[in-house]
Design a protein around this ligand. Structure first.
Ligand SMILES: *Cc1c(COP(=O)(O)O)cnc(C)c1O
Length: 461
């Protein structure tokens, strides 16, 4: 018997129309945006794969929960609903709501960071790294070697290099390492999961040096599903139990509710340390608000609580992880090299390998992202030399890789949207030799990928 299609475990209840554009319209929109996809009005995009953050579709039950939102300043019943839903999966003593993940990061790193401190992680997400470095501390990435090789196959490519972690703490001294972080799944490393076995190894090292362990748990449910599918002994264990086991190994967590919790905004910081939690709450009041709402409306707290229940549903997760792998398989069949294996939330095209005739300083990733939009109205995100090439001393060097990320919003697009993305990819693959590099005509001093302007290089004959 052939395997049956894993279909979307929902039907559509309310629709958002897409405005179908022509290539001529898209060309005009691109020119106005200086070939920078961040500057496109979203209504000119057909399939928006820029990010999976806050872009998912809420369920009927989440919209219903929104109506239960109670906007009392302090002690709202919506806060109790939220707290209970968080602690059901992550039984930490203290839960501190925030408007999104980076606010939780800012609070914890302002208290634990500072010059001379070092935070290890499998791979720091960019806001995590920025919040650490802002305090003068150092952020060190210690993912296993396979996690740094786009073609390497490994079931848990997000795992921490335990030997390197042990060495780092021994060398710097445990008083310089305020906490170890593990990001599940490893977003910056391609959405790759971390195994429970590896996390237990991290825990053992943290115990030996008496250093607390925190999870950056934005994609906890997708990570737990990979454990359910790939880690020996876990195929019979419920994802919610796997999540609780992950949480039991940690002393705290940071979270963005815009990812796996299926909400459009929100986040939290959770921890067991009473004294540290008091200091966190004091800081939270400065910028986020009273500790029973933390920058969120009561209705947001309700939507997150309901989203958490849906996020650990096996039928949903089977579909979610399959839908990302489906895009990855289709692009590969069309002859497009992608990062292996498919991650939980995104597919990463190796643009440098796909467009070998465009040298890195002519931005093969941006050239491909522009072609995906022009040909099919698809918005993706360059993660390569445009994003990382400009050095603090003003020079420019190629990034380690030139990738284009296609992030899949949760429950938002159907299989035919994804088939369309694969078709556009195949069309581009047929004439990939015709794609030209770009040059930057204007760029700001920092974070240039958000606002830089580009123009095509003239053919050199
Ligand atoms: C998105 C994300 C964050 C930051 O969360 P925001 O809600 O965007 O502030 C932190 N860590 C990881 C791994 C993320 O994916």
């Amino acid at each position: 018997m052939t395997a049956r299609t894993i279909f979307e475990p929902f039907r559509i209840h309310s629709v958002e129309p897409l405005r179908i554009t022509t290539e001529a319209e898209r060309r005009l929109a691109l020119e106005a945006a200086g070939l920078n996809l961040f500057k496109l009005p979203a209504r000119d995009v057909l399939v928006d794969l820029l990010t999976d953050s806050g872009t998912g579709a809420m369920s009927r039950d989440q919209w219903a929960a929104i109506q239960h939102g109670d906007e009392s300043y302090a002690g709202s019943p919506s806060w109790s609903v939220f707290l209970e839903a968080v602690q059901e999966l992550f039984p930490f003593k203290h839960v501190i709501p925030t408007h999104q993940g980076r606010a939780a990061e800012r609070i914890i790193f302002s208290l634990l960071g500072g010059p001379g401190k070092v935070f290890p992680n499998n791979t720091h997400f960019d806001t995590t790294r920025a919040n650490i470095e802002y305090t003068g501390a150092e952020a060190v990435d210690l993912v296993i070697a396979e996690g740094r090789d786009p073609a390497a196959l490994h079931p848990f490519k997000g795992n921490m290099d335990l030997e390197a972690l042990d060495e780092l703490i021994a060398e710097r001294g445990c008083e310089s390492v305020p906490a170890v972080f593990v990001t599940i799944t490893n977003n910056t490393g391609g959405g790759q999961p971390v195994s429970l076995e590896n996390l237990r190894g991290v825990r053992a090292i943290c115990d030996r040096y008496e250093v607390p362990l925190f999870l950056d748990a934005c994609r906890f449910a997708e990570n737990a599903w990979f454990i359910h599918e790939r880690e020996p002994g876990y195929d019979g264990v419920a994802v919610a139990d796997i999540v609780r086991e992950l949480a039991s190994l940690a002393d705290g967590m940071t979270m963005s509710a815009k990812k796996d919790p299926l909400a459009n905004i929100g986040g939290w910081l959770a921890l067991n340390d009473d004294a540290l939690a008091d200091r966190c709450r004091n800081l939270e009041i400065l910028t986020e608000g009273f500790p029973t709402y933390g920058g969120l409306a009561g209705r947001d707290l309700e939507a997150i609580a309901q989203g958490l229940k849906e996020a650990v549903d096996h039928d949903y997760l089977r579909y979610r992880i399959r839908s990302t792998a489906y895009l990855s398989d289709g692009l590969q069949r069309a002859g497009i090299p992608v990062l292996q294996p498919a991650g939980g939330h995104a597919v990463y095209i190796d643009a440098r390998a796909f467009l070998p005739h465009i040298e890195p300083l002519h931005y093969p990733g941006q050239a491909l992202a522009v072609a995906l939009y022009l040909t099919g109205g698809i918005r993706s995100c360059e993660i390569g030399t445009v994003m990382f090439g400009r050095q603090p001393d003003g020079s420019e060097t190629p990034a380690a890789m030139d990738l284009v990320r296609l992030a899949v919003p949760r429950r938002t697009y159907t299989q035919s949207h994804i088939d369309y993305v694969i078709e556009i990819g195949a069309e581009i693959a047929e004439r990939s030799r015709d794609l030209r590099g770009l040059r930057i005509t204007w760029e700001p001093q920092t974070l240039r990928h958000f606002t830089a302007r580009f123009e095509p290089l003239r053919m050199s004959v």
